[in-house]
Design a protein around this ligand. Structure first.
Ligand SMILES: NC(=O)c1ccc[n+]([C@@H]2O[C@H](COP(=O)([O-])OP(=O)(O)OC[C@H]3O[C@@H](n4cnc5c(N)ncnc54)[C@H](OP(=O)(O)O)[C@@H]3O)[C@@H](O)[C@H]2O)c1
Length: 261
């Protein structure tokens, strides 16, 4: 696991529970990976080539931070041995935010064949890893879960009611999907990762008010229509079944855990 932030930490736990031996990396492992046994804790910094040798030979890689800058991605990729390994790279659905994005409403469904914005450095990095090393690229929607609670974003005025569509994925599903991609993904393929149920911020803020009494701080300007991300390929080819397909049920759980802590 290259990069052990919000998703990486849960991925470490999920993988370990499922019987994988997971090595976790950080630029500063002593500070950031204190809970992980020392033999599974590695220093890795894409910007520091001297740390690249710490990646064990022949392991599968799950790349959990933006694959940029491009030159460093290329240089690191060239150091990887040719032994069989799966590489899964976490990208973002923002790859589809091309300048010519449609203003149609509701926005059209987007599958993996939609145009991507190759001017974005991370998209260049992902495409390089996919075409040269057969990496599996996951285009990930907005990640939420414990500690990343949409209701807090509304309380804090970071988001507000608008007709914009948002696509989301619970971090527990994302971690399980990363492991499913290592096991069952086809090298060189792209999979959209979203719970498949885009919501508008109007709908989320309305439900937040009715169900939890959370009032949005401000109405946001009407921005772009957003996107509706299709997860059909993920469901059919990786045969993935969601633990949290009901956003509001998941938010109930997050709120109740928070009020106990
Ligand atoms: N957050 C979202 O809603 C969202 C949506 C779509 C896609 N994504 C993508 O999904 C992935 C996982 O997201 P996340 O929110 O779990 O990420 P995160 O919490 O930011 O964790 C990524 C970790 O990678 C490490 N890292 C950063 N730059 C690095 C570098 N140059 N070399 C080596 N390690 C580096 C950092 O840990 P250390 O400081 O310990 O090194 C960082 O905590 C990311 O690629 C993110 O861009 C996120």
């Amino acid at each position: 696991m290259l990069g052990s932030g919000y998703t990486g930490r849960l991925l470490y736990k999920t993988g370990t529970v499922e019987g994988w031996t997971v090595h976790a990396t950080s630029r500063n492992p002593l500070n950031n990976l204190a809970g992980i046994p020392s033999e599974q804790r590695l220093q890795f910094d894409l910007e520091q080539p001297s740390t690249w040798v710490n990646v064990p030979v022949g392991v599968d890689l799950i790349w959990c931070f933006p694959a940029a800058p491009f030159e460093q991605v290329q240089a690191f990729a060239r150091t990887l041995d040719a032994s069989p390994r799966r590489i899964v790279v976490l990208g973002s659905t923002s790859a589809y935010d091309a300048p010519s994005q449609s203003t149609e409403y509701p926005p059209p469904w987007i599958d993996e064949s939609a145009p991507i914005d190759l001017t974005k450095p991370r998209v260049q990095g992902e495409e390089y890893l996919r075409s040269e090393l057969g990496a599996i690229v996951l285009r990930v929607a907005g990640i939420y879960g414990p500690g990343r609670n949409l209701l807090d974003w509304i309380r804090q005025g970071r988001v507000g009611p608008s007709r914009k569509y948002v696509n989301l994925i619970h971090v527990e599903d994302l971690a399980a999907i990363c492991l499913a991609a290592v096991e069952k993904g086809t090298p060189g393929e792209v999979y959209n990762v979203s719970d498949g149920l885009p919501h508008t911020w109007n709908e989320i803020c309305g439900t937040a008010q009715q169900r939890w009494g959370v009032t949005a701080a401000a109405v946001k300007e009407v921005p772009s229509p957003g996107k509706r991300i299709s997860n059909a390929k993920l469901c059919s080819e990786l045969d993935y079944r969601f633990r949290h397909s009901d956003l509001y049920g998941a938010l109930d759980l997050i709120e109740s855990t928070r009020s106990q802590s």
